[in-house]
Write a protein that binds this ligand. Structure first.
Ligand code: PLP
Length: 352
């Protein structure tokens, strides 16, 4: 039986001891019905998170997918169009909710590993006063960018996107599932990114290691409307302070800064992968995602399965394997797993 190293995602993290302690400390008096705004722990989490991202108000939601969908539905109308990078999570991996539930056209645009020039998108804008066109009403950003290997979008791109959005009367939504990874990596406070967007979603249940939950934030008016959209989607919580208590621990400064360890571990892993062959084009990760480009003569699905058989869980994404570092994997774990990964990949290369 192999030891398991779970690199599939930072969503696999289990709560920290401090999170369990926070839940244990709750009494019945700390719980209430959140649909009635009566759960004090959720209320505390929401006001703390609003401040953390520099917005007026915040809302606790079940997941990143729900947070993105609530944010989009709240700020658009069916029959409109949103602009989104072609490999964005909202477009590729959220079951098309914006189209199916929101009645929106998702218009994709390419990027250079997540980076694009908003000005170049001008020709994509569609107008309400043209009898043929579906009016463009929003642009979505993703930071860090999952598909592009956890890259950090520069803050200048946010500023330019805001200018472009204002010129074209668009809302800007940020899928900031891993915005704290971006901030810890760049040293730029989250609020410096979020000041350019109308709404932001970030995940408590990824690198921050909560078992459940995301936060959306924006103006008070946005959150008032979003609360109703969340209810419509079946996301009204009752005594979910049990979960919010963990969120309060997860958003402590010390815990957010722990993400730096995940980033260092990702570099450790990338260095181990680089040792396999100088011909492999492995980028130094900016955050906690390492993309291994599988040589084109090797079947990535088979390689992924071979690694799994040896206890190395990861995901194949096209011709790449994605490894994510997180709270559940220490530097020692990474060091122990590297020779196993090297052996399996080297064998695959030799066999070919
Ligand atoms: C960039 C990004 N956005 C949104 C999500 C969705 O989060 P959830 O799995 O909580 O729905 C993910 C999940 O991996 C993600 O990577």
């Amino acid at each position: 039986m192999h030891r398991i190293f779970d690199y599939r995602s930072d969503t696999v993290t289990k709560p920290s001891p401090a999170m369990w302690e926070a839940v244990k400390k709750l009494t019945n008096a700390d719980l209430g019905d959140d649909v009635e705004l009566e759960d004090p722990t959720i209320n505390r989490l929401e006001s703390k998170c609003a401040k953390l991202v520099g917005k007026e108000a915040a809302l606790f939601v079940t997941s990143g997918t729900q947070g993105n969908l609530v944010s989009i539905l709240t700020q658009t109308h069916p029959g409109e169009e949103i602009l989104i990078e072609e490999n964005a999570h909202i477009y590729k991996w959220e079951v098309g909710g914006a189209a199916r539930i929101g009645g929106l056209v998702m218009r994709t645009f390419p990027s250079d590993k997540g980076i694009f020039g908003p000005k170049n998108l001008q020709s994509l804008i569609h107008y309400a006063d043209d009898v043929h066109e579906v009016p463009t009403s929003m642009i979505c950003l993703e930071n860090t960018h999952n598909y592009h290997g956890g890259v950090v979008l520069p803050v200048e791109l946010f500023e330019k996107t805001r200018k472009f959005a204002d010129k074209n009367k668009l809302k800007v939504h940020l899928d900031g599932a891993r915005i704290f990874n971006a901030s810890v990596s760049s040293g730029i406070p989250v609020s410096e990114y979020t000041k350019y967007v109308d709404s932001v979603q970030f995940c408590l249940s990824k690198g921050l290691a909560c078992p459940v939950g995301s936060i959306i934030a924006g103006s008070q008016e946005f959150i008032n409307k979003a609360r109703k959209v969340r209810k419509m989607l079946g996301g009204g919580w009752r005594q979910a302070g049990i979960l919010a208590a963990m969120g309060l621990v997860a958003t402590e400064e010390k815990w957010i800064n722990r993400l730096q360890e995940d980033h260092q571990n990702a570099q450790l892993l990338a260095n181990g992968l680089k040792e396999i062959s100088p011909n492999l084009n492995i980028n130094t990760p900016q955050t906690n995602i390492v993309m291994f480009p599988v040589p084109t003569n090797i079947n990535p699905v088979k390689l992924s399965q071979d690694l799994k058989k040896n206890g190395i869980l990861q995901h194949d994404i096209g011709q790449r394997l994605r490894f994510v570092t997180h709270y559940g994997l220490s530097a020692e774990d990474i060091k122990e797993s590297i020779p196993i990964i090297q052996k399996v990949i080297t064998e695959a290369i030799k066999k070919d």
